[in-house]
Design a binder for this molecule. Structure first.
Ligand code: SF4
Length: 498
C-alpha cells in the first residue's frame, strides 16, 4: 500500500524512520514528489507555531479524517529553542502515529513513537532536567504516545537503575571488562551473535586463546598503570564454557591475575548452553571470582529446543541448575525467548511453570527477533511464528511469572525486528541485579571489550560522548589483528583518562 506524506524534508525523514519500523507494509512517498491520486492513502500536516505548537493531520483515503494536537506546555521557561524544535518533530510523529493507529484500528506500537534501543535513557535525561517521576511518566504517554503499562515499566526500571548509576567522577575511575569467546557447541537457528561452532573451528582455538591472552596481559597492565578500578567483568560470547576445563582454568587465572581486586563488584559468566557445562567447570567458576552465572534454556519445551538447534535436553537444564545451587551459586540468571517458532502460550506457560520450580535469581526475557544473518530468517516461510496479539500476551505472562518469583524489572532494551516491536526485560531479586547490564545499557561506564566480537565503549563523562571500537567477530581475523587493535585501544583509553 502506498502512503503519501505532505511533509518537509526535515520532518519527513524522521517520520519515515519511525514508519519503516512500525508499518513495514506501507511504501512511503513524499507528496511533493507524487500526487495524492498516485497513492492509496495520504496524510497532510498543517503546522501553526504562533502560540505554542498546533498540529493538524488529515488523512485522505476512502474517506477524510482529521486529528489535532495542541501543545502550550512547551512555552514554559524551562524549555529553550532546541527543545521547541525537537517537540515540533515529536508532535508531528505522534499525530501521524495516532492517525495511522486509528486507520488500522490498533495502536501501531505500545512504545508509541519511541523506536530506539534504550528508551530508559530518555527518562534519565528528563529526571536530570528536574522533572519528577510522575511528570516523566506523563511525558512518556502525552508526548511520545507510550502505553500506560510500558510507561510504568520504564519508571520501575529507571528507579532501580538509579541505585547503580555512577557519577562523572566515578566514571573517570572505574571500568568494566567484557570478554568475548566466539565459539558455541552448535549454532542456534535464531542466532546472529559472534558464534562459531567449535568442532568446525578447532584449528584456530589455541591461536585465539593466545591472542586473547596477549590482550588480557597488555590491557591489564595498562589499567594498572592508569590506576583504574575494574568494577565488573562479563564473560560472554558465544558460550565461554565451550572451552575445556584446562583452557577455562588458564583463562580465569589470567583474568584474575590482571583484573580481579577486592574492589570488583561483579563477575558474570555466560554458562548459557548446558551441553557445555559439567561439575568440573562449575567448580572452576566458583573457585575463581564468579558471582553470577547465566544458565539459559530459552524454553523448557523439548520439541522447541530441538527445532531451534540447541542440542540439549530440558532435564540437563534442571540438572545443571540444581548442581550450580548445590555448589553455592546464589545469583543465577536464566534467559528465555518469547515467540520462538512453533510455540503457543501453553508452551510458554509450561516453561514458566518449570522455571518457577527452579527459582532463579534473575530472569531475562527476550522477545523473538528475526536477525538478518540467522538461519531462522532464511527459513522464515516455513517457520510458524506467533501472531502479534499472542506475543503480547506471552510477554505479559512472563511479567506475571517474574512477579510471582519475587523478581522486578531492572533493565530493559529494544532491538530491531522483534515480534510485535516488543522489548527485552531483565528481572531480578532485589540486590541481585546485574550491575554490568545496567551500566552497559545506560552507557554510564567505559567498557573494555576483549576477545572475538567484543565491543569497547569509551565513555567521556564530561559530555557523556561515546567512542566505539569493535574487535572482529571472526576468530581468524581477530588473531591476525590483535596487536594493531590492542595498540589503538590503549591509545584511546589513555587519552580518555589522562
Ligand atoms: S548459544 Fe547463544 S551465542 Fe551460541 S549459537 Fe546459541 S544463541 Fe548464538
Amino acid at each position: 500500500m502506498k502512503l503519501g506524506l505532505d511533509l518537509e524534508d526535515k520532518y519527513y525523514n524522521s517520520v519515515k524512520s519511525m514508519l519503516k519500523i512500525l508499518t513495514p507494509q506501507l511504501d512511503l512517498y513524499q507528496l511533493s514528489k507524487l500526487s495524492t491520486a498516485e497513492v492509496d492513502l495520504a496524510i497532510t500536516v498543517d503546522l501553526d507555531l504562533s502560540q505554542g505548537i498546533k498540529v493538524q493531520a488529515s488523512l485522505i483515503g476512502n474517506s477524510c479524517y482529521q486529528k489535532q494536537i495542541t501543545d502550550q506546555e512547551i512555552l514554559a521557561d524551562i524549555y529553550d529553542q532546541q527543545d521547541f524544535a525537537k517537540r515540533v518533530k515529536h508532535r508531528i510523529k505522534l499525530i501521524i502515529f495516532r492517525v495511522l493507529s486509528d486507520y488500522f484500528d490498533y495502536p501501531l506500537s505500545p512504545w508509541g513513537i519511541l523506536i530506539g534501543v534504550r528508551p530508559t535513557k530518555l527518562g534519565h535525561y528528563l529526571l536530570k532536567r528536574g522533572f519528577s517521576y510522575q511528570e516523566v511518566e506523563k511525558k512518556f504517554k502525552d508526548i511520545y504516545g507510550v502505553a500506560q503499562e510500558k510507561s510504568e515499566l520504564l519508571i520501575q526500571v529507571i528507579k532501580t537503575e538509579r541505585n547503580y548509576l555512577l557519577s562523572p567522577q566515578e566514571v573517570k575511575k572505574r571500568v568494566s571488562i567484557y570478554l568475548g569467546i566466539p565459539f558455541c557447541p552448535s549454532r542456534c537457528n535464531y542466532c546472529s551473535f559472534a558464534s562459531y561452532p567449535i568442532k568446525e573451528h578447532k584449528d584456530c582455538l589455541s591461536d585465539f586463546l593466545a591472542a586473547l591472552n596477549y590482550e588480557l596481559e597488555t590491557i591489564g597492565q595498562q589499567i594498572k598503570d592508569l590506576g583504574l578500578i575494574v568494577d565488573t567483568i562479563y564473560i560472554g560470547g558465544g558460550t565461554p564454557t565451550v572451552l575445556s576445563a584446562d583452557q577455562l582454568e588458564n583463562l580465569l587465572s589470567k583474568l584474575t591475575e590482571k583484573f580481579v581486586t577486592a574492589k570488583l563488584r561483579e563477575c558474570t559468566v555466560e554458562a548459557g548452553r548446558v551441553d557445555t557445562i559439567n561439575l568440573t567447570k562449575l567448580k572452576l567458576l566458583k573457585e575463581f571470582a564468579t558471582t553470577r552465572i547465566s544458565i539459559n534454556p530459552q524454553t523448557m519445551n523439548q520439541t522447541t529446543l530441538d527445532r531451534i538447534g540447541r542440542q540439549h535436553t530440558v532435564e540437563r537444564v534442571e540438572e545443571i541448575f540444581k548442581l550450580a545451587r548445590q555448589l553455592g551459586f546464589d545469583n543465577i540468571n536464566m534467559d528465555l525467548i518469547v515467540g520462538l517458532p512453533g510455540e503457543k502460550i501453553s508452551d510458554l506457560a509450561g516453561t514458566l511453570q518449570q522455571i518457577k520450580r527452579l527459582q532463579p535469581d534473575n530472569l531475562t526475557v527476550h522477545t523473538m527477533a528475526i536477525k538478518r544473518a540467522s538461519q531462522l530468517n532464511r527459513d522464515l516461510e516455513q517457520s510458524e511464528l506467533p501472531a502479534k496479539k499472542e506475543v503480547e500476551q506471552m510477554l505479559a505472562l512472563t511479567k506475571e511469572s517474574a512477579e510471582q518469583l519475587g523478581l522486578k524489572p531492572y533493565y530493559m532494551y529494544r532491538q530491531k525486528n522483534t515480534l510485535a516491536n516488543l522489548e527485552n526485560v531483565g528481572f531480578a531479586k532485589e540486590g541481585k541485579e546485574s550491575i554490568y547490564n545496567i551500566l552497559m545499557m545506560e552507557e554510564n561506564q567505559t567498557t573494555i571489550g576483549l576477545g572475538g566480537g567484543a565491543v569497547t565503549k569509551l565513555v567521556d563523562p564530561s559530555d557523556w560522548s561515546l567512542q566505539r571500537l569493535i574487535n572482529p567477530k571472526s576468530p581468524y581475523q581477530y588473531i591476525g589483528e590483535v596487536e594493531k587493535r590492542t595498540t589503538k585501544k590503549m591509545t584511546k583509553l589513555t587519552s580518555l583518562i589522562r
